[in-house]
Structure formats: C-alpha cells, structure tokens
Design a protein around this ligand. Structure first.
Ligand code: NI
Length: 139
C-alpha cells in the first residue's frame, strides 16, 4: 500500500448529505473509505473504456441444458477463447437449468466482445457481465 495523503475536498452541502446517506446505507466506517471506493470504481470503469487495457471480470449465464445444441455451442465458444476464460464454474441449478460463471481476463475490448457472444447465444435466458479489474492499477 502506498503512502496516505490528506487533502481537503469542497462539496455542496446537499451533495455531501447524499454521500453521508450512502455511507450509512453501505456501512462504510468513514467518508474517506467511501470516497476511496468511489474513485476505484471510476478507475475500473476507465480501464474498461480503454480498449487495450487488461481487465478482469465474470460472465454469468443461465440456460436450459435440454435445448438442443446449446451446451455444445457454449462449450465450443469457451474452447475458442480458452486463453481469456481462466475459470468456469458450472452449477446444475435444478432439473432443467444450469448456471455458469466464467472468470475472464484480457483486453477490455475483447473481454466485452466475448461476454456479448456468450450472453447472445440463442437459448441463454439471462446473462450478465460483471466488470472488475486485475487490480494492478488500483491501490
Ligand atoms: Ni448443468
């Protein structure tokens, strides 16, 4: 961890009141920790907005494994992108439905494309990309 630096922030009273409400809601110990998290969240968004930046994330999908060809199609896509998909967890949710969580890492533009492909496969009922960071550029 790098050295902590203190600095003052000027903010409209109403905006500060909103921040304090969120701090209570999320259980932050103090304003500093809340503001650090906000800055990190923004930095992660920026990483994902830069095409060549290396990012990490998860793609979660649910699908009915009885749909003909669907499991094969998803498996094929995962093998095609094995260099980006670093882990897969498959859960047999109930009789018909499976949930898969794939941890992905790679260039932002490619990670976004891959998530779109996986979520867009016909028969995938719901999918979501969770955007996070490799952590290298976050303190
Ligand atoms: Ni399953």
């Amino acid at each position: 961890m790098s050295e902590l630096v203190r600095f003052g922030i000027s903010m409209e009273r109403d905006l500060l009141a909103r921040l304090d409400q969120e701090i209570v809601k999320h259980g932050y110990p103090n304003r500093s920790e809340a503001i650090r998290d906000l800055v990190r969240a923004q930095l992660v968004e920026l990483e994902w907005s830069q095409e060549d930046e290396e990012v990490a994330g998860t793609v979660t999908i649910i699908y009915n494994h009885h749909v003909r060809g669907l499991s094969d199609m998803l498996l094929e896509l995962q093998h095609e992108h094995h260099e980006m998909i670093i882990s897969v967890m498959h859960v047999h949710l109930e009789h018909d439905h499976c949930l898969e969580v794939m941890v992905i890492k790679g260039k932002a533009s490619e990670a976004r494309d891959l998530a779109g492909k996986l979520i867009g496969v016909k028969g995938v009922k719901h999918g979501k990309l969770t955007i996070t960071s490799t952590g290298k550029r976050l303190n």
